[in-house]
Design a binder for this molecule. Structure first.
Ligand code: GAR
Length: 188
């Protein structure tokens, strides 16, 4: 059984999709820990419902990013985590975590990177009037949404409702994230 960590800050639909795929045997893995930087985020309740262990922290109660990342690394090491999946983790990963888990951190982003990096990617794309939207999964490096792309899936949309784009995109995210994690685990 392979050990995953999922990092999330918000609703956690990608976390739920990954955890359920593990429970159903679609992924030959388990979510060993869900790491969340937002005490009170909905994803924490989802983890409890699914019986997934959590590490919830408030970045403001640490002197530096290095300090809380050292604590995260200790937890991941103890659990033998092989792959870290960022799923709506709205925080730039720092040196401590990047060095400890080099080549083992991936992220999902709701645009066809390198277009529309950062927060509110869908809203940015709608404001730009794009006609082809998409989802990207990429390796994580020190740049915001910046590492090499692993997988992408595009979809056409001619309207101007960001909520509708989010709805279409999230369904694709859940499928693409599970397919990609499966592929990466098989290659290791
Ligand atoms: C997802 O749409 C993900 O692509 C996005 O946050 C959302 C989290 O949703 N990530 C980014 O924008 C990263 N820059 P979820 O909490 O329901 O999984």
């Amino acid at each position: 059984m392979r050990n995953l960590a999922v990092f999330a800050s918000g609703t956690g639909t990608n976390f739920v999709a990954i955890a359920k795929a593990c429970a159903a045997g679609v992924l030959d893995a388990r979510v060993a820990v869900m790491v969340c930087d937002k005490p009170g985020a909905a994803v924490i309740d989802r983890a409890k419902e699914l019986g997934v262990e959590t590490f919830v922290f408030d970045p403001h109660s640490y002197a530096s990013k290095a300090d809380y990342e050292k604590e995260i690394v200790k937890i991941l090491d103890a659990k033998g985590v092989e792959l870290i999946c960022l799923a709506g983790y709205m925080r730039i990963v720092g040196d401590v975590l990047l060095k400890a888990y080099e080549g083992k951190i991936i992220n999902i982003h709701p645009s066809l990177l390198p277009a529309f990096k950062g927060a509110h990617a869908v809203e940015q794309a709608v404001a730009y009037g794009v006609k082809v939207y998409g989802i990207s999964i990429h390796w994580v490096n020190a740049d915001l949404d910046g590492g090499k792309i692993i997988a992408q899936r595009a979809f056409p949309y001619e309207g101007s409702d960001p909520e509708e784009v989010h709805r279409i995109g999230q369904k694709i995210e859940h499928e693409l994230y599970i397919e990609t994690i499966n592929k990466l685990l098989c290659e290791r």
